[in-house]
Design a protein. Structure first.
Lengths: 261, 208
């Protein structure tokens, strides 16, 4: 066979192999791409599931907090008042009947008023109905009722908050609730201020107290910051940043900046 | 290879009959009959181009119908349907005006190959769409049919484009040999892919 013809046949074979390899390469590329796509989709679903779980957990925690508040109100307040009324009832004699009945009447009136307050708390504790601002207002009101703290609250209108937060408000509220819980437990403060403001298109929530303050580095290094870790994790989930400034014996200021998407 | 894929298809027909691959049984039967008739004709010194020209037309229409059945996007389905009459028209034009009755219809074969490769790419493209991402591609029997078709038609483009040249007097012996080797190798790939797809249907039916 002449050399020229042999060259042509070799060219045909090489070109055919090349085309088949091209097809095989296309298939491998498709396979790899699909694998990556499926992995991405799985990660996305996992993230969504994690978010939903956090939402659910947050709702349960908020409910638990409310129930704990009601339980302590019944035990520490109404329970005590009714017990006092019972003692007074047992102490009634002919001589003091008028005085004791008046006292019992006062006590029962107080118990009734407290019960009404609890009922009001329960009725209005549906977060989705009252929104972020009103929930914070109620939280601070309940704290102030203990008589140990004074509070102040300042906020931009609710509809403006809702427009920027898009359904993440329940997690933001839970973060605020957790920060306030920490103040009540550890700060030995007498004043709590919460303010919600708007910076460009972002929402800034400032929570400050006049407590004993803490050293952030020590808390972090001693692994005591589980509450803080929760705050950071949740804030990250709703695209928010946390800034903590604390001075010993002066107080603590925490600023949450929620970046609207 | 054709015979073994036909036998596998026949053997697994019970599981294939609930899928669109059931159409492979008559198709592979026709393929086998055509191949055997073609061999017999060559043995008796009769030209078999007409037989294969008719068969390849039927083959491309069959594959196009299969793609029509498996496409999920309406415009791809429409294209597969439109291809059928266009291809028959092209074969007739080629028959009457270009390559005639006594030649292999390489022009229309290349046109058909081109469209089958395009249809394979459309099928793969559909598999990449987010709405169909949940289906595991390698567990779909038609993916393997598509793989076989893609490799077969991509590989056979060169030898079919140069078919007339390979038939010339000075290339006849070597050309025939090369044509035979390449075609047989590609047939092994194609029919192995078919057998794999049939077997996958059996496995899938066991899973459900």
């Amino acid at each position: 066979m002449p050399e020229k013809q042999q060259d042509i046949l070799i060219t045909i074979i090489i070109a055919t192999i090349f085309f088949v390899l091209l097809g095989a390469f296309l298939l491998i590329l498709l396979f790899l791409f699909l694998r990556r796509q499926r992995k991405n989709q799985k990660e996305k679903e996992e993230m969504k599931n994690r978010f939903e779980q956090t939402m659910l957990k947050t709702q349960i925690e908020i409910q638990d907090q409310t129930l704990a508040f009601i339980a302590s109100e019944i035990h520490d307040n109404i329970g005590q008042i009714l017990f006092l009324a019972k003692i007074n009832n047992n102490q009634i004699t002919k001589e003091n009947v008028v005085e004791k009945i008046e006292l019992i009447d006062d006590l029962l009136g107080k118990a009734f008023s407290d019960l009404r307050e609890i009922s009001h708390t329960l009725k209005n504790n549906r977060f989705h109905q009252i929104g972020l601002s009103e929930s914070i207002r109620q939280l601070l009101h309940n704290i102030e009722r203990t008589g140990k703290y004074s509070t102040s609250f300042d906020s931009i209108p609710s509809d403006e908050i809702d427009g920027l937060i898009h359904g993440n408000d329940i997690i933001l509220f839970r973060i605020i609730q957790e920060i306030i819980n920490n103040i009540l437990k550890h700060a030995a403060a007498s004043f709590i201020n919460v303010s919600i403001s708007k910076e460009n298109n972002d929402i800034a929530v400032l929570i400050e107290d006049n407590g004993i303050g803490f050293d952030l580095e020590i808390i972090k290094s001693e692994n005591q910051g589980i509450g803080l870790h929760n705050i950071y994790t949740r804030a990250k989930m709703i695209n928010s940043t946390v800034e903590i400034m604390s001075t010993i014996d002066v107080g603590t200021t925490i600023i949450l900046k929620f970046k609207s998407q | 290879m054709q015979a073994s894929s036909f036998l596998v298809c026949l053997f697994l027909y019970k599981t294939l009959k609930n899928t669109d691959l059931k159409y492979f049984l008559p198709f592979l039967f026709v393929t086998l009959v055509v191949e055997l008739t073609g061999l017999w004709m060559i043995g008796h010194g009769i030209r078999n181009y007409l037989l294969f020209n008719v068969f390849t037309t039927f083959e491309f229409i069959f594959y196009s119908f299969l793609f029509y059945k498996h496409f999920r996007k309406p415009h791809f389905k429409k294209l597969a349907i439109i291809f059928m009459p266009i291809y028959v028209t092209a074969v007739n034009i080629n028959l009457f005006y270009f390559q005639g009755i006594n030649n292999f219809h390489s022009y229309t074969f290349l046109l058909g190959s081109f469209f089958i490769v395009i249809f394979c790419c459309f099928f793969f493209y559909e598999s990449l769409l987010p709405e169909f991402l949940d289906n595991n591609l390698t567990k779909q029997p038609f993916f393997w049919v598509c793989t076989g078709l893609l490799l077969f038609y991509l590989g056979s483009v060169i030898i079919n484009a140069l078919f007339e040249y390979l038939r010339t007097y000075d290339m006849q012996v070597e050309g025939k040999k090369i044509y035979g080797i390449i075609n047989q190798s590609l047939n092994v790939v194609l029919y192995s892919a078919f057998i794999f797809a049939f077997n996958l249907c059996r496995k899938n039916s066991k899973t459900y």
